[in-house]
Design a protein around this ligand. Structure first.
Ligand SMILES: *Cc1c(COP(=O)(O)O)cnc(C)c1O
Length: 577
């Protein structure tokens, strides 16, 4: 028998938890992710495999990726498809399933990638693909672009993921005991489950009872990631009827997903027994957005081994053997001698600075306090907050800091693109005073270089819009100091002057202000004050305290904000109930 099919049969032997995500960051050269959500999904699966959890994962192939970013000398972003060859990494399976789209039958095939852990655990990941012979040219493109196209394209992708995904798992012979929806993109899987568990009409006294909502709820788990109303996917019922048809009666759909349009978050909330936000604060914010639902919180984590750079890996191997599969061992970080910790950090810093100089010609050096800011380029992340008062920044920091940026703007996010241009303009203006670089095509590999090679990781989101944030956790794994707004995970990880520094007021205080300009001003003021009076002086004149804080970031933050802890919480609070 074909070894792959043999392996597949092995996987179907025990019941699984099925993890559904529109994007998954499996590896750097598999471009099926756009940012934090996809990288989290990858870390979820990597920790799941390490812990030998009985899981499978389902996602879309995204054959042309998210996009490849070009930036011209003025900072203008353009996008190209990212071409990659799935057959280099995964195996195409012979099985096919079919879904209805606009009255056509669309065939879906799946590619198998197996995430293997050194512990012996492994998790199969199925990448759904509509580039199947017999499908129309347009339908073949439905799994090409991650977050591409219009509303109809998005809806079709969500039908493929949710409905096609459940069908595929069934076709491959899996028995699924829990379905975990990573964000509302996967919510349509509940519709396929309702159809599967439909009771015969002659068994019920009210025809609405053919839909066994309780049974579906019992096996569904939903994680929401979006703390703002506009972030939730919604589709008009006209579009639903046109694209998906009336798979279940419209009246039932409206009851479950909202009266005026189908809200994917609401659909998942109504059909999941366990619902969670991705940090404590985000759980509360979500709870107030959806009163009447019970929303818990499981704070995100990052995969410890993936997000530790080589020089620190060697150090941890020496002083904390077993750390990668037991991040709790970071509690003993104090055993690492100061000079060795600093040397390992400087090694990571050299790797980054050399890379940035080759990529951008920025002429950065190893000695200057280096600040990193890299993530999706979009308005709420406020990448320009540090430039609110350029003259003040020049006064405080000329010759004392250098700043490295990276990040893509979504092709339709004009404000995000404008921010990239703005940073390029400021880069020119600060020439000869503060060295700056913008590294294009942010991805997982560049993220690791950045979060380990800078001295300070800066994050300045507008509260409460950072549901969790995970890049700061990656920084902590490498002993890099966080300097961040108190939002998302940092509310839980921050101890002032101990694990890092806060920017701006406490979360309770900041909730009192609805005035964005006022908030920007207060935050920038605090940023400048701490940079001038605490961070720059400590870096150059009190290395001892700085290294103590690096240890605290590892011993307190990496110790806790890792995906091993996160997955154990999912198991005990969501999967086994
Ligand atoms: C970790 C990561 C992110 C998430 O960054 P945040 O600052 O938490 O938004 C985005 N993109 C890539 C490539 C990452 O590795």
């Amino acid at each position: 028998m074909n070894p792959i099919l043999n392996q597949l049969q092995e996987f179907t032997r025990e019941p699984k938890i099925a993890y559904f995500s529109m994007e998954i960051g499996i590896a750097n050269d598999i471009p099926t992710y756009s940012g934090g959500l996809g990288v989290l999904a990858g870390d979820t699966i990597r920790s799941g495999a390490d812990l030998k959890l009985p899981m499978v994962a389902v996602t879309l192939l995204s054959k042309k990726g998210y996009f490849t970013q070009e930036i011209d000398e003025r900072g203008r972003q353009t996008e190209q498809p990212t071409l990659w060859e799935p057959s280099k990494y995964m195996t195409l399976l012979p099985s096919k399933v079919y879904i209805q789209i606009e009255d056509r039958e669309v065939a879906i095939q799946a590619w198998l990638y197996v995430v293997k852990s050194l512990t012996g655990g492994s998790i199969p990941v199925f990448f759904l693909d509509t580039d199947v012979e017999g499908n129309s040219p347009d339908d073949k493109e439905l799994t090409s672009y991650l977050y591409g196209g219009d509303q109809a394209y998005r809806l079709k992708q969500e039908i493929i993921l949710g409905i096609g995904g459940v069908k595929m798992l069934h076709e491959l012979g899996f028995e699924i005991k829990k379905y975990h929806m990573n964000e509302g993109h996967a919510s349509l899987l509940t519709i396929e489950l309702l159809l599967r568990y439909k009771r015969p009409i002659e068994d019920v006294w009210d025809e609405r009872l053919v839909w066994d909502v309780t049974r579906v709820r019992d096996i569904c788990v939903f994680t929401t990631h979006t703390p703002v109303e506009a972030g939730h996917d919604k589709f008009s019922y006209d579009l639903i009827l046109k694209v998906m048809g009336e798979l279940i009666p419209l009246s039932v759909m409206r009851e479950l997903g909202g009266d005026d349009s189908l809200n994917m978050t609401l659909l998942a909330l109504n059909l999941s027994e366990f619902v969670n936000g991705v940090a404590k604060k985000h759980g509360q914010v979500s709870q107030s957005m959806f009163p009447g639902y019970e929303i818990s919180a499981i704070t995100n984590g990052v995969h410890t081994y993936t997000w530790t750079c080589d020089s620190l890996k060697r150090l941890y191997d020496k002083y904390l053997p077993g750390w990668a599969n037991e991040p709790e061992l970071f509690v003993r970080v104090g055993r690492i001698p100061d000079d060795e910790l600093w040397a390992a950090h400087m090694e990571a810093k050299k790797v980054l600075i050399d890379f940035v100089n080759i990529e951008t010609n920025a002429g950065m050096d190893y000695e200057t306090l280096t600040i990193g800011f890299a993530r999706r380029a979009t308005a709420y992340k406020r990448p320009d907050l540090i430039f609110s008062d350029i003259e003040r920044l020049e006064k405080i920091a000329t010759g004392k800091i250098q700043i490295i940026y990276s990040g893509k703007a979504h092709p339709r996010d004009d404000h995000g693109k404008w921010l990239i241009e703005k940073i390029h303009v400021i880069k020119e203006r600060l020439k000869g005073k503060i060295k700056m670089a913008y590294v294009k095509n942010y991805d997982m590999e560049k993220a690791l270089k950045l979060v380990s090679g800078v001295d300070v990781w800066l994050n300045t989101p507008l509260r409460p819009r950072e549901a969790s944030g995970t890049s700061g956790m990656k920084a902590a794994h490498n002993g890099v100091m966080n300097f961040s707004i108190l939002d998302g995970w940092w509310i839980e990880g921050h101890i002032e002057g101990f694990t890092g520094w806060a920017i701006g007021p406490s979360p309770t205080e900041s909730m009192l202000s609805n005035n964005i300009e006022e908030m920007d001003k207060r935050d920038a003021e605090d940023l400048y004050n701490k940079l001038e009076n605490i961070i720059i002086p400590m870096y150059y004149t009190d290395r001892h305290t700085w290294i103590r804080m690096m240890q605290n970031a590892i011993g307190k933050n990496a110790y806790y904000f890792n995906s091993h802890r996160m997955m154990r919480r999912y198991v005990t609070e969501a999967y086994i109930r």
